[in-house]
Design a protein around this ligand. Structure first.
Ligand SMILES: *[C@@H]1O[C@H](CO)[C@@H](O)[C@H](O)[C@H]1NC(C)=O
Ligand SMILES: *[C@@H]1O[C@H](CO)[C@@H](O)[C@H](O)[C@H]1NC(C)=O
Ligand SMILES: *[C@@H]1O[C@H](CO)[C@@H](O)[C@H](O)[C@H]1NC(C)=O
Ligand SMILES: *[C@@H]1O[C@H](CO)[C@@H](O)[C@H](O)[C@H]1NC(C)=O
Ligand SMILES: *[C@@H]1O[C@H](CO)[C@@H](O)[C@H](O)[C@H]1NC(C)=O
Ligand SMILES: *[C@@H]1O[C@H](CO)[C@@H](O)[C@H](O)[C@H]1NC(C)=O
Length: 536
């Protein structure tokens, strides 16, 4: 009798431990799709202080608010560069922009260079795992001759968008129904904005007032089609908002009390809402890792028509916090605990994180990122303890301008920029504040002083030891940084500009074709016209 009970107990013990082990395994595996969908939604020149969840008093961003409420809001997240092209290259490759030659400054459509085709982007990394990838919106990683640098040669199955920013082409109407662009920041020396579908120009000039509709429609189709065929997908949606020229179509023009910048921001929020609704309608929010961020800080030179860095110093094109500390939201219901995270992280970390959650093989190259999983999913500290600040005009002589280690930032070089406004009341931000070397470096405690106001660089312990440590970290990192030849310095040719009508004259204004894309008055979103859910 006793023996029997004992045997039973053993059996129960074996069974229950088996059950226990499988439950444990379950904890780690079920509820997480084996191949989660990936969405990167990238805003343009959106500052740290621009969004409602980051404290802006008059922005209206209900969809981003909903994303933030259900996700993790990152407060110490850095872009790898204070300007567009380099930060995009780093996001998609997990490598500092110098390694791929995407420096100094940004691409324009008469350059023959581009993000080299032997770089492995997230799209290429995910291909062997069976993912389909689409790029929508602003590319800005080069066009080159015969569109060689567009997304189709970088592992993307679809592309709908402009090769560069609308500020790098002619434009006239920016707000519905017929308001010209403010501060006329469009460039008449270039051809009209060319909307590409794949490698074909389908509209030139691109109609800014219906552009977001087309992007949203294409993205929603892409998502829906993949759901129908059971294919995991990667959507890289790089919005033009809130870069100048500010624009807004029918849905959002004139809707914000924050003026025209607010309208452009409302358009950004509308785009986020479109994607979110499609995920929701298809019941795949919990199978989708949704990452939102911005490429760099706000263009303060546009004053009321530019963004806001909140309590960060200066803005775009500087290595002050306002230039590269950006808003970032990670949304993945069921996998993350909604809230706020002060862990240190960067756009450089996005590729390794995606590799980790999809089990994709990391590219066999020097990467600069860390997997964010420990702090996003496991409540552990971030693997990243340091960050190196490289300027827009980076060169092999000056290299990094500053280094952050834990809460400390040691600043070796400072430099203002016209993009941070030559009339800025903080003189340091102005373009007239030329590159200055600091010896000893300035030292800031960013946890106590995120606005970089108080230089605590004192020549005794413990600050002196911190300075010595950071100085060595910077020297070691810079010594190992390999600069690929600059893609920006390759030859330029006006004939490389996108033109639907090549050979026409007078060039380039003659690059003007009738659209084959859905028109505004056809209501391209009719398919999806459902009242948006009210968000509280
Ligand atoms: C790409 O090719 C260039 C030129 O051959 C080479 O210098 C570079 O290291 C290559 N990059 C990668 C990531 O393989
Ligand atoms: C682009 O490539 C074509 C074909 O290879 C060549 O004929 C043309 O001259 C090139 N254009 C420019 C501007 O380099
Ligand atoms: C837009 O407004 C301008 C100036 O008011 C006018 O000349 C132009 O004809 C208008 N265009 C349309 C399509 O209404
Ligand atoms: C990774 O690249 C290095 C050098 O480029 C090469 O020697 C090595 O075999 C590669 N490893 C794999 C797994 O491909
Ligand atoms: C920062 O503080 C140190 C120590 O007081 C000083 O030597 C240095 O000049 C300061 N740097 C600047 C730019 O004010
Ligand atoms: C782009 O091309 C695809 C494939 O041909 C097509 O399904 C889609 O409707 C096109 N998008 C636009 C906006 O024309």
């Amino acid at each position: 009798m006793i023996m029997q009970c004992f045997q039973w107990s053993i059996l129960m013990l074996v069974l229950s431990s088996f059950l226990f082990v499988s439950l444990i395994i379950n904890c780690f595996t079920t509820g997480r799709a084996k191949r989660p969908n990936i969405i990167i939604f990238y805003a343009d020149d959106l500052g740290y202080g621009d969004l409602e969840p980051y404290g802006h008093p008059t922005s209206s961003t209900p969809n981003l608010g909903r994303l933030a409420a259900g996700g993790i809001v990152l407060t110490q997240f850095y872009s790898s560069s204070p300007v567009c092209s380099p930060s995009r290259a780093a996001l998609l490759t997990g490598r500092y922009q110098m390694r791929s030659g995407v420096y100094p400054r940004v691409f324009n459509v008469e350059m023959s260079g581009g993000l080299p085709l032997n770089e492995t982007l997230i799209s290429k990394m995910l291909k062997p795992e069976g993912y389909r990838s689409a790029a929508v919106g602003k590319w800005h990683l080069g066009l080159g001759n015969n569109s060689v640098y567009l997304p189709h040669n970088h592992g993307f199955d679809e592309f709908l968008g402009l090769p560069a920013s609308p500020s790098q082409c002619r434009c006239s109407v920016c707000f519905y129904p017929n308001v010209t662009c403010h501060r006329a920041p469009c460039s008449p020396e270039y051809s009209p904005c060319a909307l590409f579908n794949g490698t074909t120009i389908i509209e030139q000039p691109a109609d800014l007032l219906t552009l977001d509709d087309k992007y949203a429609m294409q993205s929603r189709r892409f998502i829906r089609t993949n759901v129908e065929t059971g294919t995991p997908f990667f959507l890289y949606y790089a919005s033009h908002h809130t870069h100048h020229p500010q624009y807004a179509g029918k849905e959002t023009s004139g809707t914000s009390i924050r003026g025209r910048f607010g309208d452009s921001l409302a358009a950004l929020d509308w785009e986020v809402g479109q994607i979110y609704e499609e995920l929701k309608e298809n019941g795949i929010l919990e199978d989708t890792f949704f990452f939102f961020s911005s490429d760099n800080g706000p263009s303060l030179s546009l004053e009321n028509f530019g963004g806001n860095a909140g309590l960060m110093k200066c803005g775009k094109a500087t290595t002050y916090e306002g230039g590269i500390r950006v808003p970032a939201i990670v949304h993945w219901p069921g996998q993350i605990t909604p809230g706020r995270s002060m862990e240190l992280s960067s756009t450089l970390d996005v590729l390794p994180t995606i590799a980790s959650i999809t089990n994709a093989k990391l590219p066999n190259v020097t990467l600069d990122g860390y997997d964010m999983s420990p702090f996003l999913f496991q409540g552990m500290p971030s693997l990243r303890e340091s960050f190196f600040y490289y300027p827009s005009k980076v060169d092999t002589e000056h290299k990094s301008y500053a280094v952050r280690y834990k809460q400390y930032k040691a600043v070796f070089y400072t430099e203002g920029s016209a993009l941070s406004n030559n009339k800025n009341k903080d003189v340091d931000c102005r373009g007239t504040s030329l590159r200055t070397y600091h010896d000893p470096p300035m030292l800031f405690d960013l946890e106590q002083d995120p606005s970089e106001q108080y230089n605590i660089s004192i020549n005794h312990s413990p600050e002196r030891d911190i300075i010595l440590k950071l100085t060595k970290m910077r020297a070691d990192f810079d010594a190992k940084m390999v600069f690929a030849p600059s893609e920006m310095n390759k030859p330029r040719d006006k004939n490389l500009m996108p033109c639907c009508n090549r050979g026409c004259s007078p060039y380039p204004s003659c690059c003007h074709c009738i659209s084959s894309a859905p028109r505004a008055n056809n209501d391209p979103l009719a398919l999806y016209k459902k009242p948006m859910e009210k968000i509280i």
